[in-house]
Design a protein around this ligand. Structure first.
Ligand SMILES: Nc1ncnc2c1ncn2[C@@H]1O[C@H](COP(=O)(O)OP(=O)(O)OP(=O)(O)O)[C@@H](O)[C@H]1O
Ligand SMILES: [Mg+2]
Length: 404
């Protein structure tokens, strides 16, 4: 090669590089666009898959709208969620959020396969064969399929799924509605968290600052109920409730095993303090359960549901704690719930969150007044589909709090 040719090649080298890189980027973009195209379902496809949303295909009805089972032309089974029209989110924002959510991939999180934006907003999820935990756990005819090992695996799987949403997904995703009906079980009983990102599809501005309330009675952290303060610790609280529900087979809300206790958390904490924590274990599980695992899970459930959100562990700590013995874990302080009294340094005091109250009925009225004063809940909460407020006044079968 002569000198002038070498000189010329050296000069064009960087341009060559740029054009190759540009080509690669273009190819990448094309791939991403193609992938995103796959996420868009035509309305007709989902109508055909669900036999025009046939009532026989209906899996259930949640606060956001009904869910239908469907089958795509290639045989793949899906679950289609028809979003109700109450979300005032624009189509563009909906598509952007749905695209981001479709990128969320974890063994313990339900995959969003795609979406449809017009004429109706629909979300298509992978179909999870054994459906939701609540349908099994709270029915005497079905709860026996959940032996201790399965329940323990569900606890560990949900903890890992939540850890992923909080720390490893593209953005920190606060679920805001962790509960038994949002934990689905696949054919191998692997738990999958459903309905993550509804907070993003029903937008409300910032997370972990004051926000509108949307969640389900019995699962919501007190600081979230009272002030709309949303942080990862609100999810940790709901996770703790699910853990105690899995151990006891009892619902936190509508608890009636002990007339002295208004909910499962109060009961579990009372027994724990008496050194009888293991008594909350569902009787049918005693023969299969590993007492060390049960004891650790009870303590973790109580640590996660502590009144003081700063004392609650993060999900990464929870995952660590699940491999430890109960004796090595810190002592839980009082759980938080509507009407709970926060004891600090041995005295019973009104909490700064206005959560205290002498009797249960008093504390309920304290709650109502305080919440209204705080301006976080609208007065229409009694009549909206997300409208029940406290135990005994359930007007909404989903036990939802309102989102204005
Ligand atoms: N991907 C899925 N695979 C199988 N079943 C599903 C799936 N998604 C939802 N379901 C079923 O549909 C039912 C209704 O779900 P949906 O999420 O609408 O209601 P919910 O969880 O009770 O309330 P929320 O609106 O608060 O989430 C669930 O109880 C579950 O059994
Ligand atoms: Mg749900």
């Amino acid at each position: 090669m002569n000198k002038s040719k070498t000189f010329f090649l050296n000069i064009i080298k960087p341009f060559n590089f740029i054009s190759n890189k540009g080509q690669e980027e273009e190819e990448d973009l094309a791939k991403i666009t193609a992938q995103e195209q796959q996420k868009v379902f035509s309305f007709e496809t989902l109508v055909a898959a669900t036999r025009n949303f046939h009532p026989d295909n209906k899996l259930g009805q949640g606060g956001f709208g009904p869910v239908f089972k469907g089958k795509l032309a290639n045989g793949e089974e899906i679950a289609v969620k028809k979003l109700s029209h109450t979300s005032n989110q624009g189509k563009r924002e909906f598509v952007n959020e749905a695209k981001l959510l479709a990128r969320v991939q974890h063994r313990n999180v339900v995959s969003l396969l795609g979406y449809c934006v017009s004429p109706e907003k629909l979300l298509a999820y992978e179909y999870v064969a054994n459906e939701s935990l609540d349908k099994l756990l709270f029915k005497s005819s079905t709860r026996d399929v959940l032996d201790w090992q399965r329940r323990y695996d569900i606890i560990v799987g949900v903890a890992k799924g939540l850890l992923y949403l909080h720390e490893d997904a593209h953005d920190c995703i606060i679920h805001r509605d962790i509960k038994a009906s949002n934990i689905l079980l696949d054919e191998k009983w692997v738990p999958k968290i459903a309905d993550f990102g509804m907070a993003k599809l029903y937008p409300e501005g910032q997370t972990h600052v004051n926000t509108r309330i949307a969640g389900t009675n019995g699962y919501m952290a007190p600081e979230y109920v009272m002030h709309g303060n949303l942080s990862v610790k609100a999810d940790v609280y709901s996770f703790g409730v699910v853990v105690l529900e899995l151990i006891s087979g009892q619902k936190n809300f509508n608890f009636n095993l002990d007339p002295e206790c208004q909910n499962l958390l109060e009961w579990a904490y009372k027994l724990y303090k008496k050194g009888k924590g293991l008594e909350i274990l569902e009787s049918g599980l005693a023969s299969t359960a590993d007492p060390d695992q049960v004891a650790a899970c009870i303590k973790i459930g109580l640590l996660c549901t502590q009144f003081d959100h700063q004392l609650r562990p993060t999900m990464s700590r929870v995952v660590l704690m699940l491999s430890r013995k109960a004796g090595t874990l810190e002592e839980p302080t009082q759980p938080g719930y509507l009407g709970s009294r926060y004891r600090s340094r041995g005295t019973t005091s009104s909490s700064s969150d206005g959560m205290s109250g002498g009797t249960r009925s008093q504390s309920r009225s304290t709650f109502t007044t305080t919440t209204t004063a705080a301006g976080t809940l609208s007065s229409d909460r009694h009549r909206t589909r997300r409208g029940s407020t406290s135990r005994g006044s359930v007007s909404d079968p989903h036990g939802k709090r309102p989102m204005r």
